[in-house]
Design a protein around this ligand. Sequence first.
Ligand SMILES: NC(=O)c1ccc[n+]([C@@H]2O[C@H](COP(=O)([O-])OP(=O)(O)OC[C@H]3O[C@@H](n4cnc5c(N)ncnc54)[C@H](OP(=O)(O)O)[C@@H]3O)[C@@H](O)[C@H]2O)c1
Length: 301
Amino acid sequence: MNIAIVTGASSGMGREAVIQIGDRFGKKKIQEIWVIARRSDRLEELRSQVPVPLRILPLDLTRENSLDVLKRELKERAPRVKILINAAGYGSLGNVGDSGLFEETGMVRLNCEALCGVTHVVLPFMTDHGRILLLASSAGFLPQPGFAVYAATKAFVISFGRALNRELKPRDIVVTSVCPGPVKTEFFDREGMAGDFPFYKKLVMADPKKVVKKALRDSMMGKEFSVYGLGMKGFFLLSKLLPHGLLLQLEERMSDSGQSKSGNETHEAKENARLNEKSEMTEKHGVNEKTKINPKAEALE
Ligand SMILES: NC(=O)c1ccc[n+]([C@@H]2O[C@H](COP(=O)([O-])OP(=O)(O)OC[C@H]3O[C@@H](n4cnc5c(N)ncnc54)[C@H](OP(=O)(O)O)[C@@H]3O)[C@@H](O)[C@H]2O)c1
């Protein structure tokens, strides 16, 4: 039995990958897709959208015994794994130490440790000429103050993926590191992502369908990297050509100008509200004619 395995299949790019694998390969080439995530109801919902039977494995990949469950399933059914997609992952914004300990270290457990663990357990069942896709991120191209742990986990994924790609050359298994910029998924709905996201990043949010389509195509073409969008390709190139210190400075400036812009707007809004309130008060009590005409007049004196 030929199968594909997708982690993080309950939403976003993992879910999209399941749908596209089903459409692209159909039952003839892939007889089952094994889908892994914690929310089993979401995985069940996928059944009606994919023409290939799904095997649902509701697992929390940060728990050690989850890998035992996967190992047992693989041993019992002895499938031939054609495609492995490691998409489970999350990010949390903030400086190191700002969020909870487990929120921070959990990124390392899921984005790095679980990704390595799943790959380790699945590798003996992979067929020659198989494909492994690792959901890395353009955040892994450069250290990211304010997103340090997440960016470091993705740098790990890129390094791991490149080395693994070389190791698996004799078996003609291709490992592709998928490195999009921001993508419109539930990734941004988590509480840990509720902080200020730089304004320029919001402008380049990609469609998960397109990112996954390109990733699958690049993987089939044997590419080591799949970088979606011109902006991210440019960023990738710059991160190879320019010193990281210089790029960090540039990024800092862009964030600062974005923040000070929104900061000024907030300050002005607050100031107007304060003056309007004062103006209403004086209107009520019939004093200070100047503030009635122009609430800012008082501030100008
Ligand atoms: N969205 C972006 O802007 C972006 C950009 C670059 C790279 N990425 C990377 O792409 C991958 C997919 O992200 P996405 O954007 O599709 O986000 P998403 O919609 O939030 O999907 C994340 C997936 O990971 C699963 N997951 C989370 N914790 C898990 C755990 N402990 N055990 C098992 N599964 C777990 C989630 O399922 P359950 O909650 O059901 O467990 C969900 O299916 C991630 O590795 C992310 O870092 C995202």
